[in-house]
Design a protein around this ligand. Structure first.
Ligand code: NDP
Length: 243
């Protein structure tokens, strides 16, 4: 995505992959490789937050970072996952949102939705991670007894490598019965999306979220040099080639 946009827009840069073994070495690795920017993925987003010289925007609240940029020899950190999600659901006319899962992605999405005045409820399989969501109404899957949501978002990894639903099928059917939209952060058709489509919901997988978090990161890497619609066009072109 990034390389296609760099090439087509004539920006002199190259995006490479680096496999980091130890989160504590993130900053050192960034400087040793003489990088100008980076995206950071699981499981190092919290390390990036901890090691950055300055954290900007919603990443300060999420306490996890997916984009780094070198500015005056300082490592500046951002999180574009949540805003990427917001851009991906732009066409949905939803107010009440149920987020399934309480990991890093859920945190990013819940925070930006709340800032954009959505009514957000978070539900998770286990109770432990819900402690990080004190400003939200939360339930464990077993305790969930509220079924009136416009949009249901799966941020769990259920459906990623196995064909399973994140939550009990009967409960999910009860939730979908009152909903209009479903979104799965996973980039493919999952059992969650399949069931929602069968029940008549408008469904979206995580590809657009991947695309838009990339567009926003590109904007940071190139310091807003280019038009967002051009960046989006070239990134989508690359994404469609490989998905
Ligand atoms: P985390 O490891 O931080 O959180 C995982 C969550 O999934 C936890 O809430 C966990 O619940 C839950 N979970 C795991 N397995 C199951 C299961 N079998 N049934 C029910 N719940 C389960 O992961 P992330 O938040 O970083 O990522 C979550 C998903 O989002 C991944 O699939 C990832 O690929 C996707 N993603 C997509 C992006 C995009 O751009 N489209 C960007 C980032 C992530 P518990 O607490 O009970 O263990």
């Amino acid at each position: 995505m990034h390389n296609n946009a760099f090439l087509k827009l004539g920006f002199d840069a190259r995006y490479i992959r680096v496999l980091l073994q130890n989160g504590d070495k993130l900053k050192e690795t960034f400087f040793n490789l003489k990088l100008s920017g980076a995206n950071v993925t699981v499981p190092f987003k919290e390390d990036a937050y901890r090691l950055a010289d300055e954290v900007r925007g919603v990443a300060r609240e999420i306490k996890a970072v997916n984009t780094l940029y070198l500015e005056d020899d300082k490592l500046i950190a951002y999180n574009t996952d949540g805003d990427g999600f917001l851009m991906a659901i732009e066409s949905f006319k939803a107010l009440k949102v149920l987020i399934l899962g309480a990991g890093g992605t859920s945190k990013a999405i819940a925070k930006v939705l709340k800032s954009a005045n959505y009514d957000v409820v978070v539900a998770n399989r286990s109770i432990d991670r819900l402690k990080d969501f004190s400003e939200f109404k939360t339930f464990t899957f077993d305790d969930l007894d509220s079924f009136e949501f416009d949009l249901v978002v799966n941020t769990t990894s259920a459906g990623l490598s196995e064909d399973i639903l994140p939550i009990d099928r009967e409960k999910l059917i009860k939730i979908f019965k009152n909903s209009k939209y479903s979104f799965d952060c996973i980039y493919k058709e999952t059992p969650f999306l399949k069931l929602s489509k069968e029940m008549g919901l408008e469904a979206k997988n995580g590809l657009d979220m991947l695309l838009y978090q990339g567009v926003l990161a590109f904007d940071i890497f190139t310091q807003k040099t280019f038009n967002r619609s051009d960046i989006t066009r070239y990134m989508r072109e690359a994404l469609e080639k490989f998905s």
